[in-house]
Design a protein around this ligand. Structure first.
Ligand SMILES: Cc1cc2nc3c(=O)[nH]c(=O)nc-3n(C[C@H](O)[C@H](O)[C@H](O)COP(=O)(O)O)c2cc1C
Ligand code: SF4
Length: 450
């Protein structure tokens, strides 16, 4: 039998860097209950800290449509990277008393390079997710919920399995939850470690036991998703926002951003790279990158910030001059990037953009599902050209070819958002750091080029 790998040393990056003294129920709805030692909160403790009050009150006092309206009004935006309104998604789901009940799927595949925010919630506070899923399942009239968990998240799997069992035994999951008449249960499904399984329709295929390639849309999952039934797919952090909205109301949720953004709520931000204190912080949405970098103790000695990815490997590079922008979906979109997961990956002046791009594109090439040709062939080609530039063996035309890829590996030529996501760091890398890429052109091939 193979031993379960020891992941305890990896907790470093997954650590919340705010102590219990800094976190309040009114201002830190996602993390105020967390323990400073990073161990998992179990049912008794969760309930002592007002846990499940929001879900039980919702089942007792609110109609499903009422819940959807509250989520819509609060403008809870999807934290999986796209920023789509959760309430709007729920309102578009084809449900009704005369229609078959569908499924709720929690996307816990978290494989975005540099991203480790859902892992914190899954490992340390699984009951908040379960509570959010009860509320979402009720609003969407789902008969069953699935948590699709990244296969490598062994510790999260243990925390979730135990929490689901605790909730079932306490009558918080299963038939007729707390006498409300609502039946809803949750199953944990672990993936086999493919990035594309995070794409919601590939995820559904994988859940059904099929090859994990994305499906054509329409129909959207809300119309016909898992096993042909209406299916809502939401990110872990998105679902963890629902209990707070139902407990404290729309105005409170919107006020959490403190005027920093038009969006409401808080966001789990984080930093990785050559900083002094990598980790996670729950902050008002719209907090500027500079504050987050300061909280991370700034760059390590001898390093200066050269660029940063605001939300994972499939977002575009921003520069130090962008550090004062509010980190929210709309603002970052206006600067040629995306908020994505909100986990900053910083690049030092001593790191090579070409090597970083080569590394990212190799990852994206390996994770292509292979369904459409531009992505299946274009991503390995991209990685190969970058590798040549990294070794100083590039040819002048490589830069043009890379540029063409950033234009061509996009819909309608590609079938899903994987290839366009892979092109974001490349396109912005070419825009901001072209001379660095050109420096990889072999001198010999420059002869005769004017
Ligand atoms: C290649 C690819 C990978 C993705 N990986 C994830 C992921 O790991 N977790 C996630 O929540 N969303 C991921 N998404 C986005 C999902 O397709 C979907 O939009 C999201 O789960 C919806 O949840 P939200 O509205 O709560 O953000 C990915 C998308 C693509 C194209
Ligand atoms: S873009 Fe890539 S990942 Fe998406 S369907 Fe095509 S081959 Fe698969």
């Amino acid at each position: 039998m193979s031993a379960i790998p020891d992941t305890s040393r990896l907790r470093y990056h997954c650590q919340l860097r705010q102590s219990a003294d800094e976190r309040r129920a009114e201002t830190h709805p996602l993390t105020w209950r967390l323990r400073d030692d990073g161990t998992c909160i179990q049912l008794d403790e969760y309930r002592d800290k007002q846990g499940y009050e929001a879900a039980l009150r919702t089942l007792e006092q609110r109609s499903p449509d009422d819940v959807i309206s509250a989520m819509k009004e609060a403008n809870v935006r999807g934290r999986g990277g796209g920023g789509f309104s959760a309430g709007l998604k729920w309102s578009l789901t084809q449900v009704g008393d005369h229609l078959p009940r569908g499924y709720l799927v929690c996307n816990a595949d978290e494989m975005e390079p540099g991203t480790f925010k859902d892992r914190l919630l899954l490992e340390q506070q699984p009951h908040l997710l379960i509570e959010g899923m009860i509320i979402a399942g009720y609003a969407n009239r789902s008969c069953y919920g699935y948590i699709f968990l990244r296969g490598e998240y062994k510790e999260a799997a243990r925390s979730l399995a135990q929490a689901i069992e605790e909730a079932q035994q306490a009558g918080l999951l299963g038939r007729n939850i707390a006498g409300s008449g609502f039946d809803f249960d949750i199953a944990l499904h672990t993936g086999a470690g493919r990035y594309i399984c995070g794409e919601e329709t590939a995820l559904i295929n994988s859940l059904e036991g099929k090859r994990a390639n994305p499906r054509a849309k329409p129909p959207f999952p809300g119309q016909a998703g898992a096993w042909g039934k209406p299916t809502v797919v939401n990110n872990v952090e998105t679902l963890c926002n629902a209990p707070g909205v139902m407990q404290h109301g729309v105005d409170w949720y919107q006020g959490l951003s403190g005027g920093l953004s038009n969006d409401g709520g808080t966001k789990l931000y984080g930093v990785s790279g050559l900083v002094n204190r990598p980790g996670l912080w729950e902050l008002p949405i719209g907090t500027p990158g500079r504050e987050i970098l300061d909280r991370a103790g700034g760059m390590r000695d001898g390093h200066t910030l050269k660029a940063w990815l605001p939300g994972g490997g499939s977002t575009g590079f921003l520069l130090p001059e962008h550090l004062d922008l509010p980190l929210d979906f709309d603002t970052i979109g206006q600067y040629g990037s995306r908020l994505g997961t909100g986990l900053l990956a910083v690049v030092s002046d001593r790191q090579s953009i070409v090597s970083l791009l080569r590394n990212l594109e190799q990852f994206f090439a390996r994770e292509s599902c292979g369904w459409c040709t531009p992505c299946r062939d274009g991503l390995p080609w991209t990685a190969k050209l970058l590798q040549a530039l990294e070794r100083g063996e590039g040819k002048p035309e490589y830069i043009d070819i890379l540029e063409q890829h950033t234009l061509g590996l996009n819909p309608p030529r590609t079938f899903c958002a994987h290839a366009p996501g892979a092109m974001m760091p490349l396109e912005s890398g070419l825009r901001h750091f072209r001379p660095e890429l050109e420096a990889g052109i072999a001198q010999a091939s420059m002869e005769g080029v004017s």
